[in-house]
Ligand binder design. Sequence first.
Ligand SMILES: Cc1cc2nc3c(=O)[nH]c(=O)nc-3n(C[C@H](O)[C@H](O)[C@H](O)COP(=O)(O)OP(=O)(O)OC[C@H]3O[C@@H](n4cnc5c(N)ncnc54)[C@H](O)[C@@H]3O)c2cc1C
Length: 358
Amino acid sequence: MLLPKKNNSNVDFLIIGQGIAGSVIALALIKAGYSVSVINNSQLSSSSKIAGGIWNPIVFKRLTKSWMADDLVPELISFYEYWEKEFNTTLIHQRKIIKPFTEEQEKKLWLKKANDPELENIFLDSQTYENLNIDEHYSVKSYSKVLHAGNLNVPHFLECTKNHLTDTQQYTEEEFDFNQLTVSDTDINYKTITAKNIIFCEGYLISKNPYFKWIPMKPAKGETLTIYSKHILLTRDIFNKGFFIMPLGDNLFKVGATYEWEELNDLPSEKAKNYLIEKINSVISTPYQIIAHEAGVRPSVIDRRPVVGNHPEHKNIFVFNGLGTKAVMIAPYFAKQLVHALQNNNRIDEDVNPSRFI
Ligand SMILES: Cc1cc2nc3c(=O)[nH]c(=O)nc-3n(C[C@H](O)[C@H](O)[C@H](O)COP(=O)(O)OP(=O)(O)OC[C@H]3O[C@@H](n4cnc5c(N)ncnc54)[C@H](O)[C@@H]3O)c2cc1C
């Protein structure tokens, strides 16, 4: 077990934000032996709080591997499993994703890709299946499965991380006030805290950050429903037919998600609710109850890559953001890369470095 840190006034890293980004980088730094202090206002917008938490190594549109899936998937499993042991709890569920075929052509393409050793043979099941009952009335005639997918229980992960940080006096619940920040070449000072470095992880609220608001973000609002049904027969696998239904246990299912680029706020909308209801009704004709309807804003970057690294003019000011639609999958790998870069004085990959926009 890691030794608790008792004083958060003098630390290696001050971290702003405790969504998936802030949590993952805080834990990666703690594991590497650094001291951290995390400031987060849990009343502000948080995409992580409502995320499905799914990792999916396949891009369905083109039936190709998603960016860096071969590296990201093993790293995410090793990261979350490590913290499962530390927190003595379950954080991830490895699952398959059921992909129904609507046309014969789709099935042919799937089989071609799944049987090509150079392509997707690790992630695409090379068998196809028939007749899967989703409820008493609807069955999928023909389908296959994405392998090595799953989900992180994000609310539980955030709660465990916050509890760990609070127990070790590394967490402050407040809105970060930029007027109280002073930066020199050697130190970061904020109220009573002196840090060697600061890492900003504010999700789409990066638009308010004077050091990084120039990063070209393209945030996307998304909404999910949580429904209760005794009739849905999915027990473990995630169902995906342009939207997802994920079993949460106890007859609860998370359904998502929508995309909206204009109205960026975390207020649930009737339009998105109706869209998701229409999707559910296309595969389920038995009764269900809507238990929750939530909205959040995904912090996506215009080139769809994360932004990880230091400010071009300040070596001690970092950003860890731009996790877009794939935070669960991307965060552990790039947190590790950032920690390695710090330890070895390496440069972060140009693909994700904020300097790519200069
Ligand atoms: C509907 C929906 C479904 C999704 N499903 C998935 C999925 O299945 N799989 C997946 O991998 N990703 C999914 N995502 C994307 C994922 O949620 C995001 O990429 C991820 O949560 C971003 O994490 P973050 O920590 O960067 O930002 P956030 O989660 O937004 O966290 C930012 C944190 O910073 C805090 N903060 C901001 N400014 C300040 C300040 N000034 N002072 C103090 N605190 C501050 C906020 O309160 C918040 O806690 C989904 C997103 C949506 C909207």
